[in-house]
Design a protein around this ligand. Sequence first.
Ligand code: F6P
Length: 377
Amino acid sequence: MPRAQHRGLLMSKTIAILTGGGDCPGLNAVIRGVVRSAVGLHGWRVIGIEDGFEGLIGEPRWRELGLDAVRGILSRGGTIIGTSNRGNPFAYPVEKNGQIELTDISDQVLENFRQLGADVLIAVGGDGTLKIAQGLFEKGLPVIGVPKTIDNDLQATDVTFGYRTAVAIVTEALDRLHSTAESHHRVMVVEVMGRDAGWIALESGIAGSADAILLPEIPFSLPDLCQAIEQRAANGSRFSIVVVAEGAFAAEGEKVLLKSAGENLGVERLGGIGQQVGAALAERLDMETRVVTLGHLQRGGSPTPYDRILASRFGVKAVDLIACQRFGEMVALKGRTVDGVTIASAVARLNRVDPQHELVTTAQHLGILVSRRNTGR
Ligand code: F6P
């Protein structure tokens, strides 16, 4: 349908968009997709809420997003409107009598939103952001969700944008670590992100030819890991690459958390299992061990073409869902098609690696130790 003709069919609207939670490659591509479709195709207005839900608390912070604002941002990492993984309006830290109490200030957020004169909110985020979006939807706010996270841990979409970029970054790191590990006859332990889902570890471990992958979904066995590394050395490969998901833990141990100095109240921060595994291996094996924590490198920089395309499709589809008044839905990739699913169904359960998943079996059949010796063969 020609642009001008389409424009006349629907009433004018103002769309507010925010990006919440950790940033991830492709956020700008979503924003661009929303603006190009909403402004360029429908003739609507788009405003960007700054720094996630934080921008709706206190004095609202927002900016106009016209076509000029999104010029040249497709390939840029991060998000031009900022993000934050604080600012949950249902559990916001408020000081009361010298004590910090988590308080429900969602009514204030709704009131601030109303004052902006926006008709609908597009919330681009992971599990946490979408749960907040669902809560606000249940309180009457018209909301559309867009799933984002490098962790790929959201149900209801085959994949989240940002994930494939993270896998590509980790894979390149593993390729680079191979040569130095081999030259020094070392064990390289590489800790990767993903929270409680092992997707990044599993897929980059396969793509980057890891020798062991430790997943959060299958508690690992240190003796099995030592044996696998020693066996490789005995077979002539005097180096090993061990990919450890940040949420992995030993069968007799527990998840390793970072101490957060007051920030991210109520949000668990994972990290440190790589160092623990490295220290344990150094103690038990007659091999030098080094630990690399890839950290936020996995989230920075330009999205891959796949993520640029997926994020653009998500942005355009989000506007489409608004045009069809399908509020309370989240865009999702199912097979080859992007469509809407309810946000409620998307956040009901995390998408974690099923230990029986074909990718796990593939890794095992390739000779990779996945958390513990495979006794099922
Ligand atoms: O959810 C994305 C993610 O990058 C996780 O993989 C990681 O555990 C977490 O965010 C890190 O959060 P922060 O940016 O607060 O350190």
